[in-house]
Design a protein around this ligand. Structure first.
Ligand code: 3AM
Length: 180
């Protein structure tokens, strides 16, 4: 089972992100129901491992906090693979991520060591996109890159199953873990 932990977004934030996506000049837009902030990608694991993660998270405690999304960016270097809006630096979010990593480790799941760059992916791009598309993306970021959304309270995070398809992936919320 392919699974990940993520913070789902409130309707008001999804609406604002959709408004932003409308003006995107190219790329595959992430569907509104799929917009989320990934805390940990668990990978493809047997159901028993995901069950163990779930058990370990049932007693996980963390305080609730406000999250702000601000600033557009890309991943993939000179050949952008995706466009995202970043989460503003937040000690509470960092702490949540670090403690989750430890808890997952305790449940037998070692996540790869990589820098946590919290973000919400808005669109993905084909490899070998024409140079004109890169220019249009650059212009979009120049025009809208400073976008800042109103902070929203994070009350929970969720365990999602990800089913990859020919088209968009389908994310099923398997469990919800309350904060605060
Ligand atoms: O929210 P984003 O888009 O950053 O990119 C995938 C998505 O994160 C990421 O997990 C989230 C739900 O699919 N993801 C998928 N495969 C991954 C991998 N092999 C991955 N993250 C890290 N390594």
């Amino acid at each position: 089972m392919r699974a990940f932990l993520a913070i789902p977004l409130p309707e008001s934030v999804i609406d604002a992100l959709e408004d932003l996506q409308v003006d995107l000049p190219f790329g595959r837009l992430v569907r509104p129901e799929n917009l989320h902030l990934t805390l940990a990608f668990l990978g493809e694991e047997p159901p028993e491992v995901i069950e163990a993660v779930h058990e370990a998270l049932l007693s996980f405690r963390a305080t609730d906090f406000d999250l702000e999304l601000a600033g557009l960016g890309t991943f993939g270097g000179r050949e952008p693979a995706s466009l995202h809006i970043a989460a503003t630096r937040s000690p509470a979010l960092r702490d949540l991520h670090a403690r989750l990593r430890n808890r997952l480790h305790g449940a037998g799941l070692m996540l790869p060591r990589e820098r946590f760059a919290p973000h919400v992916t808005l669109a993905r791009f084909r490899r070998n996109s024409p140079a004109a598309d890169h220019q249009r993306l650059g212009a979009f970021i120049a025009a809208r890159g400073e976008t800042r959304l109103a902070p929203f309270p994070v009350t929970h995070f969720s365990l999602f199953r990800s089913i990859l398809g020919a088209d968009a992936p389908v994310y099923d919320e398997l469990a919800r873990y309350m904060l605060g």
